[in-house]
Design a protein around this ligand. Sequence first.
Ligand code: R2B
Ligand code: URA
Length: 307
Amino acid sequence: MNPKDDKRTESCGSPVFVHNPHLEEMKDDVLYHFGFGTGTHNLPALFGDVKFVCVGGSPWRMKSFTEYIAAELSMEDPKSEYPNICAGTDRYAMYKVGPVLSVSHGMGIPSIAIMLHELIKLLHHAHCTDVTIVRIGTSGGIGLEPGTVVVTKQSMDATFLPKFEQVILGKTVVRNTDLDQSLAAELLQCSKELNQFETVIGNTMCTLDFYEGQARLDGAFCSYTEKDKQDYLKKASEAGVCNIEMESSVFAAMCKLSGLRAAVVCVTLLDRLNGDQLNVAQEVLHSYQQRPQILVGCYIKKQLKKN
Ligand code: R2B
Ligand code: URA
């Protein structure tokens, strides 16, 4: 590689770790769901300057985040075109503006886990250092005004324990779901400075399903009563759970293993104590979904000003 092609801005700093001796023995590594490979793409040249990664469920939202960030950082493309870098695949979408990478992850733990394996390898192969990663998303709130943004303190499973379980070779491996507390505090501070919407720090419950897994009464199947649902949500609330979504546990676990500074910022679309159906007007939904983007945008801008 021509050193000029290497987008790394610093040679020291905290690297992105992989823990897999087999990778060293492989001549090339194909990041299949992104449509990249170490043999076909110059990953340090393409991604070596990445310092912030923002991930979220929908490809459309991640493109809109990139447009928003580009404007905030005055890095707008004169043609205002942000092509999907993963154009060779329709599994995930990826956009980049300056040091900010934006990637979609689909819905649920398996989908985000596949994306994170490849994203972590991508950042590692690209020799990125000091990377901060934030999941921006939507959630159901417990006892919060809809539109409130929750910055996750700890991600919990559906039994209110702060752990992520993965079956590997038929054995259950338990991983820790700690997130970076100082990053969470800095994001909360950004919200105070913005003073545009309510933001709280609290625990987030991560479930395997949107309907029965989140105690909804409106799925195709339901074998419990409204009282059972309320009792369960009350227990969640007593365990410090402020909101419910479907990816934070594996996100926290994998980011911790790879040494990434990570946070989860989700807006609540409804108060689950008052209902299950998402019947908010499209414009309201859209404005709520912008809130995590605004918060993370403010944080990135502040960090870049420091350097
Ligand atoms: C939040 O919203 C999605 C379900 O509607 C899911 O991906 C999540 O975590
Ligand atoms: N996303 C979820 O996972 N649950 C909700 O209630 C809303 C959004």
